[in-house]
Write a protein of this length. Sequence first.
Length: 193
Amino acid sequence: MTLRFLLPLLLVAAAPLAATAQLAEAQARLKSAVTEVLAVADRTANRNALPESLRPTLQRHVSFETMTKRAVGPGWRQFTPAQQQQATQLFETLIVRSYSSKFTPGEHPAITYQTAVEPAAGRVDVPTSMVYKGSRYTVIYRMEQTQGWRITDVVVEGVSLIANYRSQLDAQFKKGGANAVISSLTQSVSRPQ
């Protein structure tokens, strides 16, 4: 056989290896992110300071722009760049506050990482089973190749974070466009925790 005939066979054989490597890379990135978040939470004694302590770590591992865009839905295209930036900053603050409120410094969940799957090219879902404060949770981290593997959605007990916010923000957009979405996010962020 000539090299001309072997090359397509080699490429076909290499494809599953590349996919497996991507799954492993995404899962390793998630494990690293979770370890980093728990370490930051442990170092932060003041619970009120936790959101701002966790923000830089979450910014490295979560694509807040992708999350905001998907949470807003089709109306996102009608936002100006300045409105997109403002909505992303507000949504990020909302998610960071909500996420950090789930932590008790010093208490760690027992996490079992299950086999990652690739639902589409450049996307990986990492299912986990988590026990925290005596309760068991099924959590799927959806990750995408955006500046490395980054979290773009979290599905807890079958409920997508993005889908949950989308139902709210899409309704706001239909009522009053981008300004109504930004106003709604501003109100949510301004509420005491």
